[in-house]
Design a protein around this ligand. Structure first.
Ligand code: ZN
Length: 409
């Protein structure tokens, strides 16, 4: 087995999906509070025809009876709807197009009473903050959990230094916050916009409407929990953190969820979810604004805009897995029929892995690390079976634009 798998547990033989632009190097969502250095990822699976799970799921979605699904959704709403003036559904988000549309539909189409909860970005972009304000102005109240800035900074720093994964503290908090607020506010229904599994987790994760509790709940045994790749107890000793300091990043006790009867659902399971349409919907209904320039590393202007760390996050994915933001964006747009595979490949060739110049200094200042440390972490994270040095420059060994039709280099 050891000859077949390289760094991060990725297959040494690089294959690209025949239908989209994703490769077999794409890892699935991790259970982040168990993520340690050297963790083996579960890569995207391909079928015997060389087509990825995400594309197969996109095909399956075409056969879904959406009228029936919407009926199920109305039943779900009726099951949790309150008539006593209290909120009846928690909608997590920070004002991106998906959460905007989810909240809007729930309130104005399905007659629910949503309360928004936000785990805010580490470093808001101007456009992110603008869209968050528009969201609330379209008629919603919101609880924002403002992180302990010292703790969040140190965790982000450690996650970058140890795992080359600066977004981890954000992901942890974001997945945990809504179920926790559900328990705290006694509102059992939580609805996320779309299912991240659509981007390539096991197909089985898409077949049900609810999020697997393994991502956000566990008995809190500090010895077994890791944040930024460091054991929680060790972090507490090193930085004099109390358990309360780390509470926001720790999974919720399943017993508390059981008491309230918390259920975490995806709207994307019940309603046909198309990113471009979601974007147009948000523009029309809340005054959502795209960025005024192209996102570095891609060609898009309206996805994942709120957090300056996001740019660094995609850059690290390119270094670790050879997959940058243009790959993620194009794979999704190909599946949705917005662009062709050839167009996607051209966009990747042009933009993927672009150096995150715009916000890099802000990120380094935030994490309190030097440019030298940054480069050291990046070089250590680089995956040898994906990269080679040509002259003074790192180049991908198997770029998608040099692959043949069957997806093999
Ligand atoms: Zn595919």
């Amino acid at each position: 087995m050891s000859e077949e798998f390289g760094k991060y547990g990725l297959p040494l033989e690089v294959k690209f999906c025949k239908k989209c632009t994703m490769s077999n190097q794409r890892p699935s969502s991790s259970v982040e509070f168990k993520n340690v250095k050297g963790e083996k990822k579960r890569p995207l699976s391909f079928d015997e025809h060389g087509v990825c799970d995400a594309c197969n799921f996109a095909e399956k979605k075409k056969l879904i009876d959406w009228v029936e699904r919407e009926k199920q959704f109305r039943d779900l709403c009726d099951r949790f709807r309150r008539h006593d003036g209290r909120y009846d559904v928690v909608v997590p988000g920070s004002g991106g197009k998906d959460s905007v549309m989810a909240a809007h539909l729930l309130k104005y189409k399905y007659g629910m009473n949503p309360i928004l909860v936000t785990w805010p970005p580490a470093i808001y972009t101007g456009i992110g903050r603008f869209n968050f304000d528009r969201w609330l102005e379209s008629g919603f109240a919101n609880y924002t959990y403002n992180q302990n800035r010292r703790v969040h900074r140190i965790l982000t720093q450690q996650a970058f230094l140890n795992l080359c994964h600066p977004f981890q503290p954000f992901i942890l908090g974001q997945k945990n916050l809504a179920p926790k607020m559900s328990a705290l506010l006694d509102i059992p229904l939580v609805i996320f916009g779309e299912n991240e599994a659509e981007y390539g987790n096991a197909i089985a994760d898409n077949e049900k409407p609810t999020r697997d509790p393994k991502y956000y709940s566990a008995e809190a045994r500090l010895d077994e929990l890791y944040l930024g790749g460091v054991n929680a107890r060790e972090l507490m000793e090193r930085y004099q953190f109390t358990t309360a300091d780390l509470e926001a990043y720790l999974p919720i006790d399943p017993n508390k969820l059981q008491q309230v009867g918390t259920e975490v659902h995806y709207l994307g399971y019940y309603l046909r979810w198309h990113p471009q349409e979601t974007y147009y919907f948000s523009v029309e209904n809340t005054g959502f604004m795209p960025n005024w320039h192209r996102t570095e590393g891609s060609y898009s202007k309206y996805s994942s805009l709120d957090d300056k760390i996001d740019w660094l996050h995609y850059y690290t994915a390119h270094v670790k897995f050879g997959l940058g933001r243009a790959t993620y964006d194009s794979a999704q747009e190909i599946r949705n029929g917005d662009i062709t595979r050839d167009e996607g490949i051209a966009l990747i060739r042009r933009y993927d892995g672009e150096y995150p110049r715009q916000y890099l200094d802000d990120c380094l200042r935030y994490m309190d690390i030097t440019a030298e440390q940054f480069h050291q972490v990046i070089e250590e994270a680089r995956t040898p079976h994906l990269w080679r040095m040509v002259g003074e420059e790192w180049q991908l060994r198997y770029p998608i634009w040099e692959t043949t039709q069957n997806g093999r280099p």
